[in-house]
Design a protein around this ligand. Structure first.
Ligand SMILES: Cc1cc2nc3c(=O)[nH]c(=O)nc-3n(C[C@H](O)[C@H](O)[C@H](O)COP(=O)(O)O)c2cc1C
Length: 390
C-alpha cells in the first residue's frame, strides 16, 4: 500500500489523474456543461450545513452499514455509473466493480461502456446496471432481456439526458466521441506514456479496438467509428409511460436516476419504481440545475422516510456523506474520484479510495457522537446560511 500512501483523501487522486491522463480524456472525466454552475453548487451547498456534535456517548464502535433492497451494504456510499471508464483505466468497469464487490459497497455499470455487460455480470455479481433507453418498445424489451440474462438484479434508468448536454468543454479539451485520430491526439497520447502503454495500447493488444458494447441489445460501434455518435434521437420521446411499461416487465429492482422535482419523485414512487436518485449528473447536463441537497429534505418529506432516496454530485468526504444522510438520503453515489483512482492505480487505487472514505465516515461518526449511519437525522445538523450559486 506504500505506493498509495501519498493519497490521503479522495481529492488527491484528481491531481494525479490530471498528470496521468491525456488532456482530452481528463477533460472528459473532469468536465461539466457550460459555465459549471451546477458542478460548483454541488460542493458549495455542502458549506451551508454544519454539524451539531454530541459528546460523552461511550461508543467504542460505529456502524456505517446500510440496508437497501433487502441487502446490507458495508457503507453508505457507492460508485456512480460512468461512461467510457475503460478509456481512462485499463478494464475500468471491471476494476471498479471488483473493488466495490470486495468491499461490499454498491457500484453501477454504465451502459455507455466499452466492456460487455455480460463480462461484468459474470465476474461481479451484485453490480447494478445503468441504462439509457430509447422510446421504442421493441428495443427496450430486447435490452431488458439482455440485462436480465446477464444476471443484473438492479436496473437504474437515467432520465436527465433527453438530449446531449452542451459539452463545449469536451471540445475545448480535444475530446470527441467518436475519437478522431489526429496529430494533436497522438501527441497527447505520446506525452502520457504510462497511460499510452498501460491502458490504451494494452487494451488494443488484448481486447481490440474498444466498442460501445452496451448501448444496444447487440454490440455497438467502435469508439473511433463515425457511427459511435450516441444514438440519442428517440430519447427525447422517452416518458413516464415507458417507465410504467418497464416496471411491468422488469422483475428486478428498478431505480430512476436524475430526478430533482418532488412531483417526479412522487410519480416514480406511484409507478412502483423502487428508489430514486436525486442528481444533476455531476453538473454535466442542464447547467444551473440545483444540487440534490437543495431538494432532498422536501422530497424525503413527500415520499416518506421508508422510501429510498439516493443522491450524488460533488460528494468527496465522509462529512459530505454524513450531511446527506442526516437530511434523509439512504445512500450517496460518488463518481469522478473513483474514476481517477482507477486511472492512476487500477484496482488497488479504487480499494484505497474506498478505504479512505470508509475510514473518514467511521472517524466522523465518532466525532459527531452518533453510533451508526442509520441513526443520523436532522437533529445532527443546522443550516447556517442560504443562497448557494444558482
Ligand atoms: C466521466 C463521467 C461519465 C458519466 N457517465 C454517466 C453515464 O453513462 N450514465 C449516468 O447515468 N451518469 C453518468 N455520469 C454521472 C455520474 O453517474 C454521477 O451522476 C456524477 O458523476 C456524480 O457526480 P461526481 O462525479 O461529482 O461525484 C458520468 C459522470 C462522469 C464524471
Amino acid at each position: 500500500m506504500s505506493r498509495l500512501g501519498r493519497f490521503l483523501a479522495l481529492g488527491d487522486f484528481e491531481a494525479a489523474a490530471k498528470r496521468h491522463l491525456p488532456r482530452p480524456v481528463f477533460g472528459y472525466v473532469s468536465g461539466a456543461s457550460e459555465e459549471g454552475r451546477s458542478f460548483h453548487s454541488n460542493r458549495t451547498i455542502l458549506n451551508e450545513y454544519g454539524f451539531v456534535t454530541r459528546v460523552l456517548r461511550d461508543m467504542p464502535t460505529r456502524s456505517q452499514q446500510v440496508e437497501l433492497f433487502g441487502k446490507t451494504y458495508a457503507s453508505a456510499f457507492g460508485i456512480a455509473p460512468m461512461g467510457i471508464n475503460a478509456l481512462s483505466a485499463y478494464r475500468g468497469d471491471l476494476v471498479l466493480a471488483r473493488a466495490a464487490m470486495e468491499a461490499g459497497i454498491v457500484s453501477v455499470m454504465s451502459s455507455a461502456s466499452l466492456i460487455a455487460l455480460e463480462e461484468v455480470g459474470r465476474q461481479c455479481p451484485g453490480t447494478w446496471f445503468q441504462a439509457y433507453l430509447p422510446a421504442e418498445d421493441a428495443r427496450i424489451d430486447a435490452m431488458l432481456d439482455r440485462i436480465e440474462g446477464a444476471g443484473f438484479e438492479v436496473l437504474m434508468i437515467t432520465v436527465d439526458v433527453p438530449v446531449p448536454a452542451n459539452r463545449e468543454n469536451n471540445v475545448r479539451a480535444g475530446f470527441t466521441a467518436p475519437l478522431r485520430p489526429s496529430a494533436r491526439l497522438a501527441w497527447q497520447g505520446l506525452s502520457r506514456p504510462r497511460w499510452l502503454w498501460g491502458t490504451f495500447l494494452r487494451t488494443l493488444l488484448f481486447h481490440g479496438v474498444p466498442h460501445f458494447e452496451n448501448t444496444h441489445p447487440v454490440r455497438g460501434a467502435s469508439l473511433i467509428s463515425s457511427k459511435a455518435v450516441r444514438d440519442l434521437a428517440s430519447r427525447e420521446r422517452f416518458s413516464w409511460s415507458h417507465i410504467d411499461r418497464i416496471r411491468q416487465r422488469w422483475r428486478g429492482r428498478l431505480v430512476i436516476k436524475g430526478v430533482l422535482h418532488v412531483d417526479d419523485a412522487l410519480q416514480a414512487q406511484a409507478l412502483g419504481v423502487d428508489a430514486v436518485i436525486l442528481s444533476n449528473h455531476g453538473g454535466r447536463q442542464l447547467d444551473g440545475a440545483v444540487p440534490a441537497l437543495a431538494v432532498l429534505e422536501q422530497v424525503v418529506a413527500a415520499v416518506g422516510s421508508q422510501y429510498p432516496i439516493l443522491v450524488d454530485g460533488g460528494f468527496r468526504r465522509g462529512t459530505d456523506i454524513l450531511k446527506a444522510l442526516s437530511l434523509g438520503a439512504r445512500m450517496v453515489l460518488v463518481g469522478r474520484p473513483f474514476n481517477y483512482a482507477a486511472a492512476v492505480a487500477g484496482e488497488d487505487g479504487v480499494r484505497h479510495a474506498i478505504s479512505l472514505l470508509k475510514a473518514e465516515i467511521d472517524r466522523d461518526l465518532a466525532l459527531l457522537g452518533v453510533a451508526s449511519c442509520a441513526a443520523l437525522g436532522p437533529q445532527n445538523l443546522v443550516r447556517m446560511s442560504q443562497g448557494h450559486e444558482n
